[in-house]
Design a protein around this ligand. Structure first.
Ligand SMILES: [Fe+2]
Length: 212
């Protein structure tokens, strides 16, 4: 997958430069708030929290640290979802499914608060993991008003693909995992950008080798 120069300019604009402009005390407070949310998420729903962490690691091997940080927090809104739904061993009922989907708005709400304090676009990037996703039948895109931002479009696509891949190979409480090669084939059917599946394959191998 080819990152454009606009992508690198956006990393610079959204990342390092803005980071230096904020009040360090507020930035540290915001960081502490995020660490607390993350800690609570691991306490409440460890399986879901580890999934988020793995997606963050994988995105970090493909993109930049801001995108990895957002990916690590992309499911943090599940803090607002009933544990019975999060840990259900049965396929979710339509009502439960709708409730589960709401975690994306909670993610956006929880993360939006820190954006002015050194974490620009954090909520937008994190929530893009699930925004407008119709993984099985439609191409993965980033269709809201930011569709012309090449950085966010790439982040959304990589995050969605890494999220889907992790769910394939680790399963869900109600859904068994599938084999690595089969998961890659399923990703190829998602009409994602050329080369991204190979990057996911390589980064997964690298990641699992380095933690083994
Ligand atoms: Fe996820």
């Amino acid at each position: 997958m080819q990152q454009t120069s606009a992508y690198y300019q956006a990393v610079e604009r959204h990342g390092v430069t803005r980071f230096l402009e904020v009040n360090p005390l507020l930035r540290d407070g915001a960081f502490f708030y995020l660490c607390t949310l993350r800690y609570l998420f691991h306490q409440k729903a460890p399986e879901h929290a580890w999934h988020s962490s793995r997606v963050g690691q994988q995105v970090g091997l493909i993109l930049d640290p801001s995108a990895a940080f957002a990916a690590d927090l992309h499911d943090i809104g599940k803090l607002g979802i009933d544990e019975a739904i999060l840990n259900s061993k049965q396929r979710l009922t339509p009502v439960q499914f709708v409730e589960m989907q709401r975690h994306n708005e909670y993610t956006r709400e929880l993360l939006r608060r820190v954006e002015p304090h050194g974490f620009p676009l954090l909520s937008t990037m994190a929530a893009s993991a699930h925004d407008y996703r119709r993984r099985r039948r439609m191409p993965i895109t980033f269709p809201d008003r930011r569709r012309n931002d090449p950085y966010l479009a790439i982040v959304a696509q990589v995050l969605q693909a890494c999220d889907a891949f992790d769910v394939f190979i680790h399963g869900r409480p109600y859904q068994p995992p599938i084999e690595f090669e089969e998961a890659l084939d399923k990703l190829r059917q998602l009409r994602i950008e050329q080369g991204l599946v190979e990057e996911i394959r390589d980064s997964h191998r690298f990641r699992t080798r380095s933690v083994a």
